[in-house]
Design a protein around this ligand. Structure first.
Ligand code: F6R
Length: 365
């Protein structure tokens, strides 16, 4: 049932404040400003040398954001790879270390094969999954469910932000256990996470501004997405979302890699979508924006109010999200990225919920 929405994808985008709230309520004790991870007794993060993460597609990008979180907040090194590569790489792993698999469906063949490899090597297996009765959930030692509800649209939206929410709570938990966060530090991040449903609501309020970009974007044959830090995986997620539902070719790049190749593509016809919250590396992304602007590139800047104040002049259009704590910014910045792909596809008249050649659950490799 699509309710009042034209597509399941629209409904699922709009469900995000609610389902992120549901998901986080499983992992946060907001009365005491602590994380509560059911099943996590089996995991002692203070004993880990590293964490291995593997997944496919959008779930992989969630894992890539989590790498930045685990390394910064918990000082836990993360090795992450797409599951189709990981499963055949015969990576040397340590028995007893932790491997984490992320999957909406819990049935993705490559992700499952990576899980089985790690299990065979004696690793502890954790899974972030949305379908609780799925194969990946059954075969994992510890399951961290996302409570996004059934996701019908082939392009993943609410599952992604719920995966991010779970992973953020896990990173805080790990940071606390490893002694890199004290009570106060953990409480600050828990409070920020507790406020994400409200921030996501405010991001949704920008929908008509974002929809207005659909028509100009629909005329592009190629679109470049740029970001640094946690915005780099968001850039790749944005490009994936746009190509899968609008069939416009798009690439997500680390902003710092621009001058190592893709800058050759920049001209007046090439929209460049820059994702840049006003964080400590904001100025570095601004210098990349200057390089794009100097070559006539059309910049759509997805930032926050502070970032818009500082740099909207360089951009052709700016989407200004609310200013939020740096830790939760990737969850909030995912919204305009989803809405932009959605409205561009709707404007172009593609089959948004059932894009050509794609299946919701990829159970063959
Ligand atoms: C993109 C998308 C896919 C999936 C990928 C993994 O919008 O939906 O890239 O994210 O196929 O699927 P799950 O999460 O079910 O393992």
């Amino acid at each position: 049932d699509k309710g009042n929405f034209r597509h399941f994808m629209a409904k699922e985008i709009h469900q995000q404040p609610e389902v992120i709230g549901h998901t986080l309520s499983r992992y946060l004790d907001l009365a005491n400003m602590k994380t509560v991870l059911e099943g996590a007794e089996k995991i002692d993060f203070s004993k880990l040398d590293r964490l291995i993460i593997s997944a496919c597609g959008t779930a992989y990008y969630a894992g890539l954001v989590a790498k930045y979180w685990f390394e910064k907040v918990a000082r836990l090194p993360v090795d992450i790879d797409i599951a189709s590569e990981f499963r055949y790489r015969e990576m040397p792993v340590k028995a007893g270390d932790l491997a984490l698999f992320i999957s909406q469906s819990g049935e993705t063949a490559d992700t499952l094969a990576g899980l089985r490899y790690c299990k065979g090597e004696g690793m502890t297996i954790a899974a972030v999954v949305n379908v609780p009765e799925s194969t990946i959930a059954r075969e994992a030692d510890v399951v961290f469910p996302t409570v996004a509800g059934p996701e019908i649209g082939v392009a993943s939206t609410k599952a992604f932000t719920c995966q991010l929410s779970v992973l953020a709570a896990l990173a805080v938990h790990a940071g606390y256990q490893r002694g890199h966060l004290d009570d106060k530090g953990a409480a600050e991040l828990v409070r920020a996470l507790g406020e994400t449903p409200g921030y996501v609501n405010r991001a949704l309020a920008l929908e008509s501004e974002i929809e207005a970009l659909a028509q100009p974007l629909s005329r592009a044959s190629d679109v470049l997405y740029l970001g640094r830090g946690t915005s780099f995986p968001l850039a790749m997620e944005g490009a994936l979302k746009l190509k899968e539902i609008s069939y416009i070719h798009a690439e997500g790049y680390a902003a710092g890699e621009l001058k190592h190749g893709p800058i050759a593509l920049i001209d007046e016809d090439m929209p460049v979508i820059v994702i840049a919250p006003h964080d400590p590396i904001f100025e570095k992304t601004v210098s990349n924006m200057q390089e794009v602007a100097a070559r006539g590139g059309k910049i759509i800047l997805i930032t926050d109010e502070k970032g818009a104040e500082a740099s909207a002049a360089l951009a052709w259009k700016t989407i200004a999200l609310p200013d939020v704590p740096e830790f939760v910014a990737p969850i909030i910045h995912a919204l305009p990225v989803q809405l932009l792909a959605y409205h561009t596809a709707v404007f172009m008249g593609t089959d948004v919920d059932q894009p050509r050649n794609l299946a919701k659950s990829v159970t063959v490799e």
